[in-house]
Design a protein around this ligand. Structure first.
Ligand code: NAP
Length: 248
């Protein structure tokens, strides 16, 4: 994709990777709209960054996605890119009945959310020049984390969905790109941003922007730190990486 001159919607851009990417795209000369549930954060982002716009969005609610589509395309008929960033990661225990609610929320947010967004926006985007649809998976799409079975499964599913989506849109203007982050320092799982094992957010964003710029036709954006998981199966290290993630 081109890295400047886009109008980009970051669906799940109120914090973490989505916000950091939104700010970099903004600095790089793109019109950026961030969306998410937390209105206080949207207000803060808009107040702090001239030109960035904020819209309320809950990806678990199709009416909210439809409303966002109508608002954003009316304000920005030149919209040409969306990043389906919204996601949650909550630990689950299969033997704990209360985990069922977590699994359903995770599927609604991480799997159905991006699918609904793409169904809503893709027919519009394919009519735009230089369109791009970016999905967000994880290293855990390739080797699951047993602590978060449904989270890992939704990311594997989005990888699969992205492959089919790219094929279906092959003859259109829309490029389909999967970003697969490694463990990155955000508050995704309610943790602090000081996890030494996680990639610093700024480093992840810099490497990602550099890959987007230097590999404009890339189907996947893979920073060095995620390659161990991404290629575990191919390199015969799957069992080793899985055991490590299982804490064995
Ligand atoms: N950090 C990592 O280690 C890591 C690794 C691999 C992949 N990822 C993926 O990267 C993406 C961003 O995660 P992050 O680490 O940056 O965590 P984060 O700071 O918690 O960001 C999650 C974003 O998703 C939004 N979101 C969650 N539920 C939503 C909903 N129902 N509707 C609309 N927006 C929703 C949140 O906004 P609101 O709360 O305001 O709605 C927030 O902007 C996720 O898809 C995550 O799975 C992260």
């Amino acid at each position: 994709m081109k890295t400047t001159g886009n109008t980009i919607l970051v669906a799940g851009g109120t914090s973490g990777i989505g916000l950091a990417l939104a700010l970099r795209f903004h600095e790089a000369g793109n019109k950026v709209i961030v969306a998410g549930r937390r209105r206080d954060l949207l207000d803060e982002i808009v107040a702090g960054h001239d030109g960035i716009e904020g819209e309320v969005l809950d990806v678990t609610d199709q009416a909210s996605i439809t409303q966002l589509f109508q608002t954003v395309t009316a304000k920005h008929p030149e919209l040409n890119a969306i990043i389906a960033m919204a996601g949650i990661m909550v630990p689950e225990k299969v033997l704990d009945p209360s985990s069922l609610e977590v699994t359903e929320r995770t599927v609604a947010t991480n799997l159905l959310g991006p699918i609904r967004l793409i169904h809503t926006f893709a027919p519009f985007l394919v009519e735009q020049p230089d369109a791009a649809i970016l999905t967000v998976t994880s290293g855990l799409a390739y080797v699951p984390l047993p602590f978060t079975p449904t989270y890992s499964a939704t990311k594997a599913a989005i990888h699969s969905y992205t492959e089919s989506l790219r094929e279906q849109l092959r003859d259109t203007s829309a490029q389909v790109i999967e970003i697969a982050p490694p463990l990155t320092r955000t508050t995704l799982m309610g943790s602090g941003t000081d996890n030494e094992q996680a990639m610093p957010l700024d480093e992840f964003i810099s490497e990602t922007m550099s890959l987007l710029g230097t590999q404009p036709d890339a189907e996947q954006i893979l920073v060095e730190r995620v390659k161990r998981q991404r290629f575990a199966e191919a390199t015969g290290t799957y069992d080793e990486v899985f055991a490590m993630q299982a804490g064995r």
